[in-house]
Design a protein around this ligand. Structure first.
Ligand code: F6P
Length: 355
């Protein structure tokens, strides 16, 4: 059997550990398995590019960040648009057949899974593996890459705290996560942030200012606010995402963090600074938890393929590795429940959410 592997969308720690687990499982369990890597995610499949992967390609990569296959973002909305006589989807299906693939592994996030579902509906045998630091893929408790990002961001806030304390400052730490606030919520709690602002809980500037002022009045000398890049003001909720982006771009900002910092400093009188953690959270070596999770997910995905189970994606439910039909999860996201246990617990110990 011939297997292709691609990594698509934003990278994260653990991609190479998944590639390794798929490769090793197939080498160990499928007679005459031929494995190829497809470079640059769906980009390589659209262009019809692949290269052989052999056992020694899987050596020494479990702890390596990034992806040995490289990745790219290929917008889902362009997949079925005809360009020069054929769509990207048609070219991918044609190349899948020309390459003689029996199965394609797609390692990626929500967008990757949507395209994987399209490929599957067009008759390609696809098995997905859920990747993203955002942890927002529907149907899985956790995605690989998330825990490493939590660890990195938590350590960053630990470091920011000592400088915030030295200067008696308010620090807004911007954490990745455009649609969902998982990374900010988990990091904020783990790092002992005073306040957490996430897209699922639109916040009010007045509430944030009042919270910080009250904290200082009660004797606290510095404040840490974990802000998701996708955090939204309650007053912005009525606008579409594109409209919010337009307003922010006019102000020369991508996110709400800088805007909030300026208002906070002006209204509370305390020095306020911002730190955008950015791609630090995606790069570097995966933590042990992610290496283990990636190995379990990758090995399981390979077993699904070896057993002829296609059109699915590996997933975690409880502590079990399981799978979902791509068509059941494509286009859906997993959001933080504002009324759920974790938020309620955080509130119960005094963490503010800007409401
Ligand atoms: O991969 C997820 C993510 O890191 C999001 O948290 C973030 O909004 C986005 O990717 C950034 O994308 P890009 O790599 O295209 O700048």
């Amino acid at each position: 059997m011939k297997f292709g592997i691609l990594t698509s969308g934003g990278d994260c720690s653990g991609l190479n550990a998944v590639i390794r687990a798929i490769g090793l499982y197939l080498e160990e369990n499928v007679r005459d398995a031929e494995i190829v890597g497809i470079p640059d995610g769906y980009g390589g499949l659209i262009r019809g590019e692949s290269f052989p992967l052999r056992r020694n390609d899987f050596e020494n990569i479990i702890g390596l960040g990034g992806t040995i296959l490289r990745t790219s973002r290929q917008p889902y909305k362009l997949m079925t648009v005809s360009e020069n006589g054929s769509s990207r989807l048609e070219r991918m299906c044609e190349n899948y057949r020309k390459m003689g693939l029996d199965c394609l592994f797609t390692l990626g996030g929500a967008g990757t899974h949507k395209t994987a579902a399209l490929l599957s509906m067009e008759g390609c045998n696809v098995v997905g593996v859920p990747k993203t630091i955002d942890n927002d893929i529907y149907g899985t408790d956790v995605t690989f890459g998330f825990q490493t990002a939590v660890e990195v961001a938590t350590e960053a806030i630990d470091r920011i705290r000592t400088t915030a304390a030295s200067h008696s400052r308010t620090m807004l730490v911007e954490i990745m996560g455009n649609k969902a606030g998982w990374l900010t919520l988990y990091t904020g709690i783990a790092a002992g942030a005073d306040m957490i602002l996430i897209p699922e809980i639109p916040f009010s500037v007045d509430a944030v200012c009042d919270f910080v002022a009250a904290q200082r009045r009660s004797g606290k000398t510095h404040t840490i606010v974990a802000v998701a890049e996708g955090a939204v003001l309650a007053s912005e909720v009525k606008f579409k995402r594109s409209e919010r982006v337009f307003v922010r771009t006019e102000r020369g900002e991508n996110t709400v963090t800088q805007h909030l910092a300026e208002i906070l400093q002006e209204r509370t009188g305390f020095e306020t600074r911002t730190s955008v953690l950015g791609y630090l959270q995606r790069g570097g070596t995966p933590c042990a938890y992610d290496r283990l999770l990636s190995t379990r997910l990758g090995g399981f995905a390979a077993k699904l393929a070896a057993d002829g189970k296609f059109g699915v994606t590996a997933a975690v439910s409880g502590n079990r590795i399981t799978f979902n039909a791509l068509t059941d999860i494509a286009g859906k996201y997993k959001f933080v429940d504002p009324e759920g246990d974790t938020v309620r617990f955080a509130k119960s110990i005094g963490i503010g959410f800007g409401i």
